[in-house]
Design a protein around this ligand. Structure first.
Ligand code: ADP
Ligand code: MG
Length: 290
């Protein structure tokens, strides 16, 4: 392999917005057979909006506590909730003992009451019983929406849902990858029902859901040790270890710096349509030199 040809290839790729960090990454990309996508911010736009809020308590009061807590979080879900509160002119109230439970949710004390907001794993961890009938919650999930449960002093008291639109070009990108013979998967911290609904919308057949941020890299290792050559595509801090560990890590340019640093390739503007092109170009440029 002559470095010059690979360099020329990576120069051409850059013109399209595909930034290869090293010439070696371009060579390694040609051996990939499985492409694993993160969900939020990779397949979806990563700009969720609240679609529903339901509680057995005083709506405005509870929302006031929730937005005051989520204001302390940097998660895109938190941003959506804060915006939802602002749209309704919900006032902020003082909070204490704010805590992020990575990949699960947040908690804080408001008016001497402990509030938890997050997924089922968070509720299980704090022994908060969920209602027996979760059919309403499931209805949102089967539409691809994300559900966050709310509890006050260890008692379930409602839920919030958010929707995050799928990126333009996602369906076509997945289809092109399948046509070129690649397998595709989704790897996400979100609930299985939600993940499967989004996967179905874009044509991804395999879903690995409810994965804690710390376990994303481990999952990549498992796939690789089963003989697959994996490219991981993600945008978040929680994707960074997986991006570093995969044969090829691809970061969305719209993602966190930590993800971009960990990756071998960055796609400008987080453009998912560039994924098939990335693999076509690396195959072509390596072919040229042989
Ligand atoms: P993703 O893989 O979609 O980026 P994360 O691993 O960051 O998701 O989070 C997994 C789940 O934890 C979310 O779907 C949500 O239910 C819960 N969660 C995370 N952060 C928050 C937050 N700030 N407020 C409420 N829930 C949260
Ligand atoms: Mg993400």
């Amino acid at each position: 392999a002559t470095p010059t040809s690979i360099m020329a290839g990576s120069g051409r790729a850059a013109e399209y917005g595909i930034l290869f960090k090293t010439a070696e990454a371009m060579e390694r990309a040609k051996d990939v057979d499985t492409i694993v996508f993160d969900k939020t911010g990779t397949i979806t736009e990563g700009r969720p909006t609240v679609t529903h809020f339901e509680t057995t308590r005083d709506q405005a009061k509870l929302l006031s506590a929730i937005v005051s807590i989520e204001r302390e979080s940097e998660h895109p879900l938190a941003t959506a909730i804060v915006r939802y509160g602002e749209e309704q002119n919900i006032p902020f109230v003082p909070i204490e003992q704010f805590q992020t439970i990575m990949g699960k949710g947040v908690s804080a004390t408001v008016n001497q009451e402990t509030i938890h907001i997050g997924n089922k794993t968070l509720m299980d961890e704090y022994h908060i019983a969920l209602p027996n009938d979760l059919s309403t919650v499931d209805k949102y999930r089967t539409q691809g929406e994300t559900v966050m449960y709310i509890a006050a002093d260890g008692k379930y008291c409602g839920f919030l849902t958010v929707a995050d639109p799928i990126k333009e070009g996602a369906v076509e990108a997945i289809q092109q990858l399948h046509e070129a013979g690649y397998s595709t998967m989704m790897l996400t911290g979100d609930n299985e029902k939600t993940a499967e609904a989004i996967a179905k919308k874009v044509g991804i057949k395999e879903v690995i859901a409810d994965v804690l941020p710390t376990n994303k890299a481990e999952t990549i290792d498992l796939l690789e040790s089963s003989g697959l050559r994996v490219a991981m595509i993600g945008d978040g801090i929680n994707d960074a270890p997986a991006l570093a560990r995969a044969s090829i890590g691809i970061a969305m340019g719209t993602g966190t710096d930590i993800a971009i640093e960990a990756a071998d390739i960055t796609l400008m503007q987080g453009n998912i349509s560039l994924v098939p092109k990335t693999f076509r170009m690396s195959a072509a440029s390596v072919r040229n030199i042989k």
